[in-house]
Design a protein around this ligand. Structure first.
Ligand SMILES: Cc1ncc(COP(=O)(O)O)c(C=O)c1O
Length: 404
């Protein structure tokens, strides 16, 4: 089957967050940019992590059948949904899970906020690895805990980030440190952690009695030559101290359906999460989420393979483009995700000037690197390349005009 990912779908006025909000507090608003919104100068949105591609046909078919049922009463997923998750984990990650370990949440971020107070107490320290997806820190702070960052370290030779295990050991051995949130694969630096790295991370956490919360939402978006390994698949002992967050939402572009799987083999930890969900009155789930997830996991692989191929070609396209027109800019080597972590510091611009030029002058919207951690994000932008190539080219042409 062939897929036309080059086709540009107009997402304006569809409620798309990516195409609505200009997130530059106090500097730009949608109104400021309204004049420039249409025609040539319309802002090109390459920020929020969803794809500008229509979802796979089997998912659309499943959703259409659900709509055709015509009645949308209270919903609980059928066993076939749980079977599809179990099969997916077994088939793709060689991770044997039990249906009973799967809990549902209206998103991974809500799950982080819900679970954090269950597994920590106010004043505890929780490890994250900056530069990092901002809601990790939000969930820690909302629970009254303190963020302690085991900053990732850039390796110029390999053009990728690595973990600083000595620093991790030092932070984890603080008696106040009770949990660590791992981003695997990592947003924004695009690392797909190796078995050795995951094992070392887990050993340090276990030795220091630090709970591992492993956000694996990007786990299916893996570049050729790399292999995703689920943290909890490493050993039963590690699984016993790990909470895994997964979803079909990034993989199959279903974020609006608000459905994610929280997989917990440890009964006590699982019960705490179940109780927390119940105590919020979050009974039931939006019925469209599991329906779409089941169709995706059972029938979506061909589409996923095609998307992954297209995204990797997009990466090469962007890389070559910068190399030719703006060689001072360096793209950190991605191993997974459809997000590029791009170093603009070679241009010698202050961060606010860089954002002004990109968003204000070029009318291209990337995520500001500092939102992933001030010190670790200075000079960087995160570019979402899950977009039609003609649109990416247009964005690059614009920024070259402004920055070259
Ligand atoms: C690492 C990570 N976790 C979670 C999310 C969002 O999850 P959800 O939409 O299920 O709340 C994202 C979205 O970009 C992400 O990158």
């Amino acid at each position: 089957m062939s897929f036309d990912f080059d086709k540009i779908v107009d997402r304006e006025n569809t409620g798309s967050v990516k195409h609505k909000t200009i997130k530059k507090d106090g500097i730009y608003s949608q109104t400021d940019l309204a004049d420039a919104k249409y025609g040539e100068d319309r802002v090109l949105q390459l920020w929020v992590a969803d794809m500008d591609f229509p979802v796979a046909q089997p998912i659309l078919d499943a959703l259409h059948s659900k709509v055709d049922e015509t009645i949308f009463g209270y919903y609980t997923p059928e066993q076939s949904f749980f079977d599809s998750v179990v099969d997916w984990c077994g088939r793709r990650y060689n991770w044997e899970i039990d249906k009973d370990w799967i809990k549902l949440s209206p998103g991974v971020v809500p799950a982080l906020y819900i679970m954090m107070p269950q597994y920590t107490k106010p004043g505890d320290k929780v490890i994250v690895q900056r530069p990092i997806y901002p809601p990790f820190e939000g969930s820690v702070k909302a629970a009254g805990c303190e963020v302690t960052s085991n900053d990732l370290v850039y390796n110029k030779e390999t053009n990728r980030y690595e973990m600083d295990f000595d620093d991790l050991e030092a932070k984890a051995s603080d008696p106040d440190c009770t949990a660590a949130i791992l981003c695997s694969p990592h947003n924004p630096v695009g690392r797909v952690w190796t078995r050795e790295e995951l094992t070392r991370f887990a050993e340090i956490c276990m030795r220091n009695n630090v709970l591992i919360i492993s956000d694996e939402i990007h786990c299916d978006l893996i570049y050729d030559g790399h292999k995703f390994i689920a943290m909890a698949s490493l050993s039963e002992e590690i699984a016993d101290k790990t909470i895994t967050c997964m979803a079909s939402s990034k993989t199959f572009n279903l974020a609006a359906l608000k459905c994610s799987q929280i997989i917990i083999s440890n009964e006590e930890l699982r019960q705490k999460f179940t109780d927390a969900i119940a105590n919020l009155g979050l009974y039931g789930i939006n019925g469209f989420g599991p329906i779409a997830t089941e169709a995706a996991y059972n029938h979506g692989e061909e589409w996923l393979d095609a998307v992954l191929k297209y995204v990797q070609e997009n990466y090469l396209f962007v890389k070559d483009y910068f190399a030719e027109h703006l060689p001072q800019v360096n793209i950190v080597q991605p191993e997974g995700t459809y997000l590029l972590w791009v170093d603009f510091s070679g241009l010698g611009l202050a961060q606010t000037d860089l954002v002004d030029k990109l968003l204000g002058d070029a009318k291209v919207h990337f995520n500001d690197g500092v939102s992933f951690g001030e010190a670790t994000g200075e000079g960087f932008m995160r570019i979402n390349i899950a977009s039609p190539r003609p649109l990416l080219k247009k964005a690059l042409d614009r920024i070259i005009r402004v920055l070259a």
